[in-house]
Design a protein around this ligand. Structure first.
Ligand code: SIN
Length: 288
């Protein structure tokens, strides 16, 4: 069977079929998947069944593994993940066992964000494997940040060109204060690294808008009210449906996306249902 890549009828994404990711991959398959990932930003592999080591082995074909945020930030509370889960795996789940959360993000909406922009070298890729999914809800949408940049009116583009944005580390993408951090007066005072608002993708050489998350983002040099106004204008464009693809999960799906040119959002689902996803990450570059 020959690996098949079928673009989705959306602003980004392609399905990769005729491949079992639990098997070793040929150099040709790895090259084809890598090229497709650069071109389509999000790849969808249906019907997979991967153990954690197999998920990590698949991810390693494309670079060096990166740790999940709890480890990169050295959370004093740890991850809450079970001891038999490899340290490179990030469990995304609402499930509570023996009174303890087994993973992150719960059942509420996870607002638009890119993964871990609040470190100096954010991960280039995330690979998410659906182990248990609720009957409805919990869809994940992806946004094409090349297309959003191209759609910015010239006047807005001129205001972000050459500017950096501070990526607040103290709050989650939903605005919740993380353990180990204190509340700041406003976004300009939040702790976090500066990254260019327009970044050049190191592999595709294309330029993409790099927003991270909406809440507590801060564009250098702006008074805070101007910052909020400009970001609101940019986000109103970015959130137009024409720039995104919404994925309806089935058990066994593996999605691999490029954090350098995509954002994603997860819709809420019924917290009485179980959703368990295991995520791996690839080490990225310092955005430039
Ligand atoms: C994530 O934000 O990485 C998780 C997305 C999801 O739960 O579908």
């Amino acid at each position: 069977m020959t690996l098949e890549i079928t673009p989705l009828d959306a602003a980004l994404g392609a399905t990769v079929s005729n491949i079992d990711l639990s098997n070793p991959l040929s150099a040709d398959s790895v090259a084809a998947i890598h090229d497709a990932w650069l071109q389509h930003i999000v790849l969808v592999f249906r019907g997979q069944s991967l153990s954690d080591p197999q998920l990590l082995d698949f991810t390693r074909y494309f670079g060096e593994l990166e740790y999940p945020p709890y480890k990169l930030l050295n959370y004093s509370q740890g991850s809450g993940q079970k001891n038999d889960i490899p340290v490179e795996i990030n469990v995304i789940s609402n499930v509570i066992e023996n009174g303890k959360k087994i993973g992150q993000l719960g059942a509420s909406e996870a607002k638009w964000h890119t993964d871990t922009p609040f470190v100096e070298r954010p991960p280039s890729a995330s690979v998410l494997h659906a182990l248990e999914i609720p009957p409805t809800g919990g869809n994940t949408s992806f946004m094409n940040m090349y297309a959003v940049l191209e759609a910015l009116p010239a006047a807005i583009r001129a205001r972000v060109e050459g500017k950096r944005c501070k990526h607040d580390v103290s709050h989650t993408s939903d605005g919740v204060l993380r353990h180990d951090y204190e509340e700041s007066k406003d976004a300009s005072e939040c702790p976090g690294p500066w990254h260019p608002l327009i970044r050049s993708h190191p592999e595709s050489d294309r330029k993409a808008l790099y927003l991270g998350k909406r809440l507590y983002a801060y564009i250098e040099g702006l008074p805070i009210d101007e910052n909020e106004e400009l970001l609101d204008e940019i986000w109103a464009i970015a959130e137009r449906p024409e720039f995104s693809y919404e994925h309806v999960w089935t058990k066994g799906d593996v999605l691999m996306w490029d954090n350098r040119c995509a954002m994603h959002r997860r819709e809420a689902f019924d917290g009485n249902e179980r959703r368990i996803m295991h995520r791996s990450q690839l080490r990225g570059d310092v955005p430039a």
